[in-house]
Design a protein around this ligand. Structure first.
Ligand SMILES: [Fe+2]
Length: 280
């Protein structure tokens, strides 16, 4: 069965998260772990009370930060992982600064030139965390986004890292730069862990679609969710992310819709397994 989860980003949302898990709306909690590095692992375990968890890292800046800071952060994450035993640890491939200038809007990598540095940094970050790490695909805005699937295929092959496939990020990339959803099929086939969220149009130029996590899932996102969960050989989790308008009713409605699609994908599983036996 595919586990359907919620993301937990701030301590103040704990009662809502507990309510969703207690009411069986959510099966697991993906914790934005860099917001909880100061919390003692035992206290985290008590707050989550045995609920399955995954770790999502937003601001490790593992390609930019110095070794001392990374060692400290990795030590905290390892201690939390020992206590909470996350289903996976995931992170982002992003740029946080360019030539010392801090960026507000975090752009995607300059894929070609960035490859060797990214490969070395991913290997080192996985060593520090003593874990395989899943990396999330980016909601591309510009034409460079067309390079992303091939970049990720090479990176995962060369580092042993995995993909955390954000379904709505792929929809945003399609809407913004025309990257075909089918460009992801080969990667999605081997993906176990997924994200999905609501997007919104930007209010300032360039007028693009932004993965804002504050609205309900759009029809094209739901249609592609059904496709992705059917294409994947072994879908295991899907986290429905919400960072704005964090309210029980609309969030629960999205989880129910995603759960129906996940159950549909399971009902089609025997055919998929047979298909796999004949796949090249
Ligand atoms: Fe995501």
């Amino acid at each position: 069965m595919v586990k359907v989860g919620v993301n937990w980003t701030r301590g103040v949302h704990l009662p809502l998260i507990q309510q969703m898990v207690g009411g069986r709306v959510a099966d697991f909690v993906e914790v934005l772990i860099d917001n909880f590095l100061h919390v003692e692992p035992r206290a985290m375990a008590e707050a989550l009370d045995g609920v399955p968890v995954a770790f999502h890292i937003m601001h490790s800046r593992f390609m930019e930060r110095g070794p001392e800071d990374l060692a400290f952060m990795a030590g905290r994450i390892r201690a939390l992982a020992r206590e909470l035993k996350p289903i996976y640890i995931s992170d982002h491939l992003l740029r946080f600064s360019i030539e010392g200038r801090e960026l507000i809007y975090l752009p995607e990598l300059d894929y070609g030139p960035a490859y060797d540095g990214a490969r070395r940094a991913v290997l080192a970050w996985q060593d520090r965390l003593e874990s395989r790490v899943l990396f999330e695909n980016y909601p591309s805005v510009f034409d460079a986004g067309h390079e992303q699937p091939a970049f990720l295929e090479s990176l995962l092959r060369d580092t042993g890292a995995g993909l955390l496939f954000d379904i709505s990020n792929a929809v945003c990339a399609q809407r913004n730069c025309g990257l075909s959803l089918s460009a992801w099929d080969r990667l999605v086939r081997d993906t176990e862990h997924f994200h999905v969220a609501g997007y919104e149009p930007s209010t300032e130029p360039p007028f693009v679609t932004l993965d804002m996590h504050g609205t309900n899932l759009a029809d094209d996102t739901l249609a592609y969710t059904e496709h992705a969960l059917r294409v994947a050989w072994h879908p295991s989790t899907i986290s429905v992310e919400r960072d704005n308008n964090v309210e029980l009713e609309p969030w629960s409605a999205d989880l129910s819709a995603v759960r129906r699609l996940a159950e549909l994908s399971v009902s089609q599983r025997p055919g998929r397994l047979e298909e796999r036996a004949h796949a090249p």
